[in-house]
Write a protein that binds this ligand. Sequence first.
Ligand code: PLP
Length: 359
Amino acid sequence: MPLVPPYIESLREYEAGRSIEEVQRDFGLTRVVKLASNENPLGPSPLALDRMRRATGTVNLYPTGGIELRRELARQFDVRIENVIAGSGSEGIMSNIIRAFLCDEDEVLTTESAFLGFQILARSRGVKYRTVPYKNWHYDLEALAQSINDHTKIIYLANPNNPTGTTFTKMAFDRFYNKVPERVLIILDEAYFEYAKDNPSYPDSMHYRYDNVITLRTFSKVYGLAGVRIGYDFAHEELIANLLKVKLPFEPSTLAQEAGIGALADKEFLHRSLELNARGMRYLAESFTSMGFEIPPSDANFIMVPLPSVQEAARMTEQLLQQGIIVRRLNAFGLPRVIRISTGTDEENEFLVDAWRKL
Ligand SMILES: Cc1ncc(COP(=O)(O)O)c(C=O)c1O
């Protein structure tokens, strides 16, 4: 037996995007903007910061396992506390789902170039990982339903999807759901839910309280708390009970839990962030369309720009970097000629579009 299992040996370490400080240092720049990781350009929710500050004096004590945040989420979303879990980001919970529910002979099914975090977690479990191609940059839910076999255990769907930003509709999801056997778990990753929820055809999975659907959400995006690591998940109580058994006992941290409670109360920040994003998305979509690019319709806080060639995508990414603009080329997702751009402040968006036009 090898020391390292082959399915771990063949993985590649997650490569985080370049940091602002690193680019300032490498290129001798003072102004650097990061539009690469779908973060909130307004910074963190002020109410989340307040609650974290007030809790710093108690960090000598172990955390409570997220119980206060679970209580608050249950209250706000009108579910029972037994239907909610909180964790170290939605990826932390995803990792617990993989550990709790997959057996060696099970298979995972999702789209090609799915969210990288999920790809890595699922592959690291050593089970068969199957994908179906996108249809016009959207999930092909019909093909996914047809690909279910006796071994399929988890189907992963991100809605809106990262990296395409596209969503599937209520009608499409209903049709798909009716073809999925009850023994199959559907992970509905709604990391970008807040940005999409006002689209009338968007299926808010909280309206589908199906026993085999797990809803994943996060405070990393619209609440600006990516660095804190706090996310949550709604599901049937039996699923939550088993997730509670495998999660790290002291996840989420005290400060992460406090940040989550503060963020949930911060309606003003939520509103301001959504307004800024809607404006930025309109501006980016119009600008890139007018430059002749075909941008898939995005309901998230980023757009995806397919370029004519891999070389062109690499050149644009590098030249933008030299001018102090960090964007994300999607080679690690398996899309080397595609660039993903997150919305920034109004000035940052204009800075990017001006630089792009010149290049
Ligand atoms: C679809 C999707 N799910 C989950 C995450 C991770 O969220 P978290 O920071 O809560 O782990 C991201 C982050 O980029 C994402 O795009």
